[in-house]
Design a protein around this ligand. Structure first.
Ligand SMILES: [Mg+2]
Length: 214
């Protein structure tokens, strides 16, 4: 534990936090989501773009919105399309970031809404060893009910569509805190999203909106 530090743990977002928001990956991601929505729902490009914005606002992501609306979309199908084809070479290696992370003595938890495959590819491009983090909270760890037998059981039971857990929902922040394993007041949460930061703050986390970590 770091002596004289007000923090025992740092929760770190990945996208647009560990790497800059202007890599060009964001527009590529939005294009992929729009294409996915067009193909899945048979809507125009304009309608898909409007839906993406609305689903993000109301449900946290297009995937969460589609599932909430009752569409049968497997997360892997969505992620392999919208993330799988991203131009990852737009993320530059960042040796300084790798050194900065190594030098942080507190417990470090990567806390991302993204799926594990995307996380691994982004970290690989950055030159950051996943092992520098003590733990990871990602799409799959927040949503075990959407995979494997748990998913089949939920589908067989019928009823309402499953809820997708993503920041900034309370359940997601609680999942992050559980893995952090520390008092929220002694946990620093870094995320480029103002609404994620607001949600963390509401649950007692100390927060910062970094432009970029280093
Ligand atoms: Mg982010």
């Amino acid at each position: 534990m770091a002596a004289n530090s007000p923090f025992d743990c740092v929760l770190l977002d990945l996208d647009d936090t560990l790497y800059p928001g202007d890599t060009g990956l964001g527009p590529a991601l939005r294009r992929n989501i729009d294409e996915f929505l067009q193909a899945k729902l048979g809507v125009s490009a304009e309608r898909a773009a409007a839906m993406r914005v609305e689903l993000f606002r109301t449900h946290g992501s297009s995937l969460a919105g589609l599932i909430a609306l009752g569409y049968d979309v497997h997360p892997d199908e969505y992620h392999s399309y919208v993330h799988g084809m991203l131009p990852y070479d737009m993320i530059a290696a960042d040796p300084q970031l790798a050194r900065t992370l190594q030098s942080i003595p507190q417990r470090k938890v990567l806390f991302t809404n993204s799926d594990r495959a995307h996380m691994k590819r982004a970290l690989e491009r950055l030159g950051v060893d996943e092992a520098v983090f003590d733990d990871v909270v990602c799409f799959e760890t927040m949503n075990p009910h959407l995979f494997g037998e748990a998913r089949e059981e939920e589908r067989a039971a019928g009823g309402d569509p499953p809820v997708v857990v993503l920041k900034p929902s309370v359940d997601a922040i609680v999942a992050g805190l559980r893995v952090a394993g520390t008092n929220p007041r002694r946990t620093l949460f870094l995320d480029d999203s103002e609404r994620n930061i607001a949600a963390g703050k509401a649950l007692g986390l100390r927060t910062a909106l970094p432009k970029k970590l280093n």
